[in-house]
Design a protein around this ligand. Structure first.
Ligand SMILES: O=C(O)c1ccccc1NCC(=O)[C@H](O)[C@H](O)COP(=O)(O)O
Length: 215
C-alpha cells in the first residue's frame, strides 16, 4: 500500500520520513498554506531522497504554466490538484507534463459529489479523497465517513484515503475502506509543517503489525 506523508517543510524530516517507510512525500505549493514551500526548498528536500519514492507537489486552482515551472525546476515526480480543477484542466496538464503522475483530490461534501470522480478517469492517474472544510483546503484533520465511503465508492482508478488520519485511527479506517494508499498530514505533526517523527514511526509500526494492510 502507498503511504504518503504530506506537508513536509524540513529537509531533514524528508529524509527521516522516507527512511521510516513512506512511499511518497508531499510538498504544499499553495502560497496561503502554513505548510507552503518554495521551489528551492522542495529541491533541497528531495535531492537526497531515493528515486523509488514519489515526490508530490500539492497545488490548488493555479495555472498549468505555474505547475509546470514548479515541477520542472524542483524535480517533483507527481502533482496533486487540491482545488476545483476540471477534467479539461487535468487533460491539458497531462499534455504539458506527460511523465508526471496526476492525482486529483476531492474534498468530499456529499455522496453525490463522489460521483463526479468518474469524470476524471481518462485524465488523471490517481484519485484522493479528503474531508471538506469550509475555510481550509487541506491539512484540516477532519475525517470522512469511512463506512459510507465503503458502500458508495468503487472507482476504476487507484485512490488514496486522506482526511484526519492518525496512528490511532488508521487501522479502523483501513478496516472500513480499501484504498490503494493513505495520505496523512496534521495527524503526524507537532504543528503545521513540523512533522512529529515519533508519530510517523508509530504509524509505520502499526501498519506493519496489522492484518488489515496488504500489498
Ligand atoms: O496541508 C495543507 O496545508 C494544504 C493546503 C492547501 C491544499 C492542500 C493541503 N493539504 C493537502 C493534503 O494532501 C493533506 O495531506 C490532506 O488534506 C490531509 O490532511 P490531514 O487531514 O491533516 O491529514
Amino acid at each position: 500500500m502507498r503511504v504518503k506523508i504530506c506537508g513536509i517543510t524540513q529537509p531533514q524530516q524528508s529524509i527521516a520520513i522516507a527512511s521510516l517507510g513512506a512511499t511518497a512525500l508531499g510538498f504544499i505549493c499553495v502560497p496561503d498554506s502554513p505548510r507552503y514551500v518554495t521551489i528551492a526548498q522542495i529541491r533541497t528536500a528531495i535531492t537526497p531522497i531515493p528515486q523509488n519514492i514519489d515526490k508530490i507537489g500539492v497545488f490548488a486552482d493555479t495555472t498549468i504554466s505555474e505547475i509546470s515551472q514548479v515541477v520542472t525546476e524542483s524535480g517533483l515526480t507527481g502533482v496533486q490538484l487540491h482545488g476545483e480543477e476540471t477534467p479539461e484542466f487535468c487533460h491539458q496538464l497531462r499534455q504539458s507534463l506527460p511523465q508526471v503522475e496526476i492525482i486529483k483530490a476531492f474534498r468530499v461534501r456529499s455522496l453525490e459529489h463522489l460521483q463526479t470522480t468518474g469524470n476524471y478517469t481518462d485524465y488523471v492517474d490517481t484519485l484522493l479523497l479528503d474531508a471538506y472544510h469550509p475555510q481550509q483546503l487541506g491539512g484540516t484533520g477532519q475525517t470522512l465517513d469511512w463506512h459510507k465511503l465503503n458502500q458508495e465508492f468503487s472507482p476504476s482508478l487507484p485512490w488514496f484515503l486522506a482526511g484526519g488520519l492518525t496512528p490511532d485511527n488508521i487501522l479502523t479506517a483501513l478496516a472500513q475502506t480499501k484504498p490503494n494508499g493513505i495520505d496523512l498530514s496534521s495527524g503526524v505533526e507537532h504543528s503545521p509543517g513540523d512533522k512529529n517523527l515519533a508519530k510517523v514511526a508509530l504509524l509505520f509500526e502499526r501498519l506493519a503489525n496489522s492484518s488489515v494492510v496488504s500489498g
